[in-house]
Design a protein around this ligand. Structure first.
Ligand SMILES: Nc1ncnc2c1ncn2[C@@H]1O[C@H](COP(=O)(O)OP(=O)(O)O)[C@@H](O)[C@H]1O
Ligand SMILES: [Mg+2]
Length: 302
């Protein structure tokens, strides 16, 4: 794929705070029209990366391109084409939510008035309250409505739903799906897999200032294991099960795991013993994710 298809392209990005290196040669690419999940534990470097992409922080080294521009030099023109929602929205205390939405929208070349009304309803947000009266979750909603009511090409969302209740989390998921359907590209950071799993076309997992894994959900799932529970008419021989892991065989009952990419081979072996019942648990990204989250020392000692 050519560079023209990328809305965000980061190569070898480094950033230190004093002597602490927060980004250690980070690479990230977000393709146009996609929702890209940016996942990693707290402190991994998600917000630092995003602040560089927004021109709020200057990187020490490496390349960062946003919408074919330089996030530091082209900050004015880029911010008309993108919208940002931070994880900890602060609002003007004396301004109403509606006024804040309009002000933020004006920075981005205006809002779609019909969508503004619709989003206020769907997020059940009262726009007449003042900034100081809103709860944390309602402040997030103000920023989310402002971002999603503008027709920007790129949404950069840094843990945007922190403080939202689960119902509103669902609304958020729908609304992001709609933004994608309109052609918007989205970088969505989170430390919780479930928040991005259903939305993201691709995921990049960051740990300690580096991307440790990137790919489509199915590519990442291909690296996980599928669990099989089966019962047979004829008991299988242990030797036939060499390709399986975590084998527990009790006469005609089997539970085992198999690399997700090799599920076809596994089934071919099992059908020899006439399957009478079968359940297959889809591979859990959660397990892959947790493994990647473990501290480096735990991985090194394996
Ligand atoms: N302004 C700062 N000064 C010093 N250290 C910082 C600053 N901002 C972030 N850090 C540190 O950099 C690391 C990455 O932080 P951050 O990018 O906020 O991670 P994330 O958003 O993934 O939680 C953390 O260890 C954090 O403590
Ligand atoms: Mg953060």
């Amino acid at each position: 794929m050519s560079t023209a298809d990328a809305v965000i392209e980061v190569q070898g990005l480094t950033k230190s705070y004093g002597r602490f290196q927060a980004l250690k040669s980070l690479d990230l690419r977000v393709d146009r029209g996609q929702v890209h999940g940016f996942l990693g534990p707290n402190g991994a470097g998600k917000s630092t990366t995003i602040r560089v992409l927004l021109g709020l922080l200057r990187a020490d080294g490496g390349i960062a391109r946003v919408l074919d521009g330089d996030p530091w030099k082209d900050v004015v023109s880029l911010h008309r084409r993108l919208a940002y929602v931070p994880g900890d929205v602060s609002l003007w205390p004396g301004m109403t939510g509606g006024e804040a939405i309009d002000l933020l929208g004006a920075l981005r070349g205006g809002l779609d008035p019909a969508r503004r009304i619709e989003l206020l309803e769907r997020f059940e947000l009262d726009p007449t309250k003042r900034g100081r009266q809103y709860s944390k979750g309602n402040k997030q909603k103000v920023a989310i409505v402002a971002a999603l009511a503008s027709n920007v090409e790129l949404l950069i969302l840094d843990e945007p739903t922190s403080g939202l209740d689960p119902l509103m989390e669902n609304v958020f998921q729908e609304v992001i799906g709609e933004a994608k359907a309109r052609g918007a590209s989205v970088l969505l950071s989170s430390h919780i897999l479930a928040e991005v799993e259903s939305l993201a076309d691709r995921l990049s997992i960051i740990r300690d200032g580096r991307i440790v894994q990137t790919g489509t959900l199915s590519q990442l799932r291909g690296q996980t294991r599928t669990t099989i529970h089966a019962e047979f008419a004829h008991p299988p021989e242990t030797a036939a099960l060499a390709a399986f892991g975590d084998v527990r065989l009790d006469g005609t009952r089997l539970s085992a795991t198999v690399e997700s990419a090799r599920i076809g081979e596994a089934m071919a072996i099992l059908t020899r013993y006439r399957i009478t019942s079968l359940t297959v648990e889809p591979p859990s990204l959660e397990s892959l994710f947790l493994r990647l989250y473990e501290p480096a020392t735990a991985q090194a000692t394996r």
